[in-house]
Design a protein around this ligand. Structure first.
Ligand SMILES: [Zn+2]
Length: 308
């Protein structure tokens, strides 16, 4: 009896291990699940993510409305969803006096694990630069006050972003540049300041010879500073892009491609595309996908204090 029991135990633990090997454990640190594109089937979207190995998802807040809605979603999917609270630079012009108190109130909930996304975007300039800077700085101060990490959005505003952050140098919380799309030099500046970089399906679009592909190939980002995200419903990882190197396409497993091709489109990306993104990142870095999955999941738990 005793020996057969032990045998069963060993079998069970082997099965558990096999499950681990078959599936990744990953964390999507940025998905816009409050987007109306998920209004009809959010349950299925989250279930598919979990089936694909995406154990936890951070729902991005980009306005007062979406920050509140993101927090509401964390209560429906406790332990799976977490939220952020912030005003996106595109919306900086809508800032009014009451916003700071509202953001603080939302961010005081433990399920809200970061201030953001906030930052500067001079690429599309939907809000005047001066207003963007002021609204961003106010949110940096809030993050310092609450000791919550900052989830930052930056496009063509690298130096101004650094200048504002440097004013608070000695009391900044952990900082993540979400959906990093900059150059090698910019990545290095951010890393030197101790920041983390979030990578998305943008890597299928990158055509520069000094951008994120080069950064990954040259090993400029240490694994302990890397995070992964889908930015769903945006940033669909187009694994068919012609410029994607053959060895990267070949690194994609049937399993991750199945999730990607069956459920994700240019119109609506989903968190279940994250395994494909992890496999491509790993291929560029010439590392096993499992290693990138594990390291980025660990980083996410650590930076944002997500419960195990
Ligand atoms: Zn963004």
């Amino acid at each position: 009896m005793a020996s057969s029991e032990t045998g069963t135990e060993a079998e069970n633990s082997t099965m558990a291990m096999q499950e681990c090997y078959e599936n990744y454990i990953i964390v999507d640190i940025g998905a816009n699940l409050t987007n109306k594109k998920y209004g009809r089937d959010l349950d299925s979207v989250i279930q598919r993510a979990k089936d694909a190995g995406v154990q936890k998802i951070m729902v991005t807040g980009a306005s007062i409305r979406t920050s509140r809605e993101a927090l509401r979603l964390t209560r429906i999917y406790p332990g799976t969803l977490y939220s952020t609270a912030g005003i996106h630079p595109h919306d900086a012009k809508s800032w009014t006096d009451g916003y700071l108190d509202e953001l603080r109130e939302i961010a005081l909930s433990p399920e809200c694990v970061a201030i953001g996304e906030c930052g500067l975007d001079y690429n599309r300039d939907f809000s005047p630069v001066d207003v963007q800077k002021e609204v961003f700085e106010t949110q940096v101060r809030l993050a310092c006050e609450l000791g919550k990490p900052l989830l930052l959005h930056e496009r063509d505003a690298h130096q101004d972003l650094l200048d504002i952050l440097n004013k608070y140098k000695d009391r900044l919380p952990s900082i993540v540049i979400h959906c990093f799309t900059g150059t090698c030099e910019q990545a290095q500046n951010y890393l030197e300041m101790g920041m983390y970089l979030g990578m998305t399906g943008y890597l299928c679009k990158d055509k520069s010879d000094n951008g994120i592909r080069k950064i990954l190939e040259d090993g400029l980002i240490p694994l302990d500073r890397l995070l992964v995200e889908t930015d769903s419903p945006f940033m669909y990882p187009n694994t068919r892009a012609s410029k994607l190197p053959a060895h990267v396409k070949e690194a994609l497993t049937e399993r991750s491609l199945t999730f990607l091709q069956r459920y994700c489109t240019f119109q609506r990306n989903e968190p279940c595309s994250l395994p494909a993104i992890v496999e491509m990142i790993a291929a560029f870095m010439k590392k096993p996908a499992e290693e990138v999955a594990l390291a980025t999941a660990f980083n996410a738990l650590k930076v944002f204090g997500l419960s195990q």
